[in-house]
Design a protein around this ligand. Structure first.
Ligand code: ATP
Ligand code: MG
Length: 438
């Protein structure tokens, strides 16, 4: 069959299990943000192009090559957001959220970048982001790192990722370093890869990030960014390191770590995963003290991170594959996928009203329990076959005897336990008890 319509390249349809994987990551991120006292901010997917070119930087890959830009009907240039920070800062200034107070915010949703699609790199992808405004000290950077670590803990991924940090200093020290780097690299210009040669003029710090082997060799002897920090910048970075040490948060200082945005200053961080291929950066961020002022707000210290939800979901799948015990698990949060916890079957279709009422009674008694009605008809054996295939842990049976006694029957589909016929309250209690044991 030739398809008349297909999804646009790099943009995916994610159904059922694939959607559930992303949802699980996002839910865990949100839970962590709430636990740290962060509040949600919902932002437009579209901003004026200018916001990103100024905020992220004209010479960055994102702005120069990756943005989806279009004119609206009046000829205003708009862009699909490639990241969340610029819009968040714009909103905070416009809504007056930064006046005389700190602000801790999170957001989640799709971002758009015109990149070469591959495993872990898409043209529409989801990020979870958090930003803290008004706290200039390294405790803000440490808090954000602590939050991301809590997300890894919640997902069972703490051992699957490692943290790298670096200090970029103020924009003045960064500029001085940029000049030194250009002076060092100029004699090697012809030996640099094409991208790096361009960056030499536009965005020299990004060369440090190059993955090209010949360029990396040239960089081995390059000046060190750390030598261009002033005493207070160095002290601030040391304080951050001490904080992380005392919190037991492991990290590696990577002097080559730079970010793809112009707005970063001082501490920058990146979380890297093993085992998901070359797209291994799962979360990145740092301090961007100058951005609010650049956008016309009062100078306000700020820091944040963005976590790649799709890549973290890939990582979760890797880790789940590695630990084979997944299939035995039988709770909603388990690694193995199921669409429902309870599959409701009925002795005869004429009991449908009673079965639907029983299903709802169970949903109300066990919040979060996923109770799904059988669909498709047929006798009990056909319904049980579907119950089995659904991955549900239980079948709830509604039949003539049950209705007469105002009871329901509960059958364990994955465990060798006797079927029970009992009141709805007792059945709900049995399910809750069995969930608590998981
Ligand atoms: P990379 O070096 O992999 O391109 P980046 O520096 O462009 O990453 P950021 O802009 O810092 O990434 O975004 C934060 C996170 O968002 C990344 O660490 C990654 O997990 C995720 N991410 C970025 N671009 C994509 C994409 N095209 N597809 C899926 N996830 C992405
Ligand atoms: Mg990128």
């Amino acid at each position: 069959m030739s398809l008349r319509y297909r999804a646009v390249r790099g943009m995916r349809d994610l159904a059922s299990e694939a959607a559930a994987e992303l949802r699980r990551v996002e839910d865990q991120c949100i839970a962590a943000a709430r636990a740290f006292g962060y509040e949600e901010i919902r932002l437009p997917l579209v901003e004026s192009t200018d916001l990103f070119s100024r905020g992220i930087g004209e010479a960055t890959d994102i702005v120069a090559k990756e943005m989806y830009v279009f004119d609206d009907r009046r000829g205003n240039s708009l862009a699909l957001r490639p990241e969340g920070t610029a819009g968040c800062v714009r909103a905070c200034i416009q809504q007056g959220l930064l006046h005389n107070r700190t602000q801790r915010l999170w957001y989640a949703g799709p971002m758009f970048r015109y990149e070469r699609p591959q495993q872990g790199r898409y043209r529409q992808f989801d990020q979870f982001g958090a930003e803290i405004f008004g706290v200039g000290g390294p405790e803000a950077d440490a808090e954000l790192i602590q939050m991301v670590a809590a997300i890894w803990d919640g997902l069972g991924l703490r051992d699957a990722v490692r943290l790298e940090i670096n200090a970029l200093g103020s924009s003045a020290s960064r500029a001085a370093y940029g000049e030194a780097l250009v002076a060092y690299l100029a004699p090697y210009e012809d030996e640099l890869d094409g991208d790096s040669r361009q960056r030499l003029r536009l965005n020299p710090l990004r060369i440090l990030d190059s993955k090209v082997e010949s360029t990396r060799r040239i960089l081995e002897e390059a000046p060190n960014l750390a030598d261009y920090l002033d005493a207070s910048e160095r002290a601030q970075f040391d304080t951050l390191r001490e904080l992380l040490d005392s919190l037991g948060l492991l990290y590696r200082v990577n002097r080559r770590l730079v970010r793809g945005f112009d707005y970063y200053t001082h501490a920058v961080v990146e979380w890297v995963a093993e085992g998901i291929g070359s797209q291994d950066a799962v979360c990145a961020g740092g301090r961007y003290d100058g951005l609010i002022e650049l956008f016309g707000g009062r100078p306000t210290p700020a820091a944040g991170f963005a976590l790649g939800i799709d890549r973290v979901a890939l990582l979760l799948r890797e880790v789940a594959d590695a630990s084979a015990e997944a299939s035995a698990a039988c709770s909603a949060g388990a690694l193995s996928y199921s669409a429902a916890d309870v599959h409701v079957v009925m002795q005869d279709r004429k009991y449908m009203p009673a079965a639907m009422a029983a299903a709802q009674a169970l949903r109300v008694r066990v919040p979060g329990l996923r109770v799904r009605m059988d669909a498709g008809g047929g006798g009990l054996s056909a319904q049980f076959r579907r119950a089995d295939r659904s991955g549900a842990c239980w079948a709830m049976i509604v039949g003539e005897d049950e209705i007469a006694q105002n009871r329901v029957s509960l059958k364990w589909l994955r465990a060798n336990r006797p079927q029970v016929t009992a009141s709805m309250d007792e059945v709900a209690a049995a399910i809750r008890e069995s969930q608590a044991q998981d």
